[in-house]
Write a protein that binds this ligand. Sequence first.
Ligand SMILES: [Fe+2]
Ligand SMILES: [Fe+2]
Length: 350
Amino acid sequence: MEKLLLIIDDSKEIIDVVQGIIGGLFDRVESAESVEAAQNALEANVFSYIVLDINLKDGRNGAEVLRFLVENPENKNNESPVVILSGIINAQFIEKFSSKFAGIVTKPFDHDDFIQMTKDILDAKVSANYKELPTITCELPFPLPQLEQKVSKMLDVVKKNTKLKELFHNLNIDRNKDNYVMSHVGMLINISTAISIKMEWNTDKTLEKFIYAAYLHDMAIAERPDLAKIKATALELELMQDKMSPADHRLVLEHALIAANTIDGIPEIPADVGMMVRQHHELPKENGFPHRLSFAKITPLATVFIVAHDLTHYILENPKWTVKDYLAKVKTKFKGPHFAKVLSALSEMN
Ligand SMILES: [Fe+2]
Ligand SMILES: [Fe+2]
């Protein structure tokens, strides 16, 4: 098959330089200086290698080109390796995104290194992985050192497992403007791990369980941020029945079970995650759903997850939230020994 290179850069000079360095490894080279030209090229040909700059013409951004690839699953270049080439990349960017691209090259760069990297990628047939996993975009209420690294380490494991990769990839379909599902996942990871660290349950295994539970708990309604936003007691949900279609009502009622059953069927996911997910809408006074469990039946890990989930909703609804206001509001809702411990840990995080 013909080996085709696409260089996307707003500078003609850089295009020439890149072509001069690695062009010889390809049968044909194309270039694009704008987002539109890049999209046209990507629609017309299958490229074996794409070099993409971050800054493009007219103040536009390489991210738009990536978005075009990600949002058009039918496009011809979904498997093409993308290498980011930019002068504005810093160490943080590399740390955050290195796993998402076939390669990242900062300007100025060593020509021989660039040639070698290109050869390695072409030989190994490294496929694009920028589209695989949903990323978290939100402000985190409790900044935790190393959390991001731990999440990306776990996602690296996910990537290596076909079944898990598929499951996580399916979460990426929230097209809602505010990206509700993913911001609520990010916050949930942050809050549940922050509480568990405060409670001195901070083993990597426990954190991993919370990360899995946060990502997967609403997977049955990942396409429906309107349903994922519903926070209700069993009774409130019953009363909503008139305002919803029977199918939606059933989906809300059963989404925790659907997700938990899927999770239980995947041995790579740590035990306990299924239980946390199954119980994430239960409440201690036997007024949660779907099972109206009593507090004694709710596991300690699920207790942390339930409070973290509740606080996540609270923060998203109340931008001016404080831990103090939240605790005052939920004092009577969350009773029982496990819940008291979680609330007390939270009160120390003010
Ligand atoms: Fe949720
Ligand atoms: Fe939920």
